[in-house]
Design a protein around this ligand. Structure first.
Ligand SMILES: CC(C)(COP(=O)(O)OP(=O)(O)OC[C@H]1O[C@@H](n2cnc3c(N)ncnc32)[C@H](O)[C@@H]1OP(=O)(O)O)[C@@H](O)C(=O)NCCC(=O)NCCS
Length: 163
């Protein structure tokens, strides 16, 4: 089941995110995030501007996806949002990422958003596969921008129009 997240979900959302931080090379974050920090992020831009969806499996949060504003405050960018998605390792490869991305594309379109993009490490082949599956294309490359204790990894920008 996919539903909008609420503030009580911040703990599970942060925990799933931190599993990707610990796994390494999924996100450019190298330090775990606190529940309070994630809740603050969730509440900073409520509503369709910055929103979270969670996927529940047997009452447990198995993954989440979010839409975030791109350079908030710059009005001309108001129809463009950044999408992120994180699935609990025990629930990966079961189609949950696909369901969440499909849902968020539909939600974005219904909300009047025109463009979605994701920023991801170039080594994140699984996310690239997921994005390509839903029509995202490579729009940009930031070479070597992430430094993991001396190992440099670039970032890709994958995007697609939804309207
Ligand atoms: C990337 C991630 C969100 C995918 O979620 P998931 O629930 O495991 O994905 P799904 O089971 O829906 O598979 C989605 C698609 O990914 C692609 N995919 C899956 N495994 C892949 C692999 N090893 N290599 C390339 N593409 C792969 C396929 O296109 C697959 O679709 P298909 O099964 O119809 O062929 C999940 O693995 C994850 O949370 N990873 C860690 C966090 C992360 O990297 N987040 C992205 C930061 S922007």
């Amino acid at each position: 089941m996919i539903r909008r997240a609420n503030r009580e979900d911040a703990e599970a959302i942060a925990a799933i995110y931190n599993m990707s931080v610990a796994a390494g090379f999924c996100t450019a974050d190298t330090e775990p995030q606190t529940t309070a920090g994630r809740r603050k992020q969730m509440e900073a831009h409520p509503g369709p501007v910055h929103c979270y969806f969670v996927f529940e499996w047997d009452g447990k949060i198995a993954g989440w996806a979010s839409l975030a504003p791109h350079r908030p405050g710059r009005k001309a960018l108001r129809f463009t949002k950044e999408v992120s998605f994180y699935i609990h390792p025990e629930y990966q490869s079961r189609g949950i990422g696909s369901q969440l991305l499909k849902h968020i594309i539909h939600f974005a379109r219904e909300s009047g958003i025109k463009t979605l993009f994701a920023l991801l490490l170039e080594s994140n082949t699984k996310s690239i596969g997921l994005l390509r599956k839903f029509g995202f294309e490579k729009w940009g490359h930031l070479p070597g921008v992430a430094d993991f204790e001396g190992t440099e990894v670039g970032q890709f920008i994958f995007g697609r129009r939804v309207k």
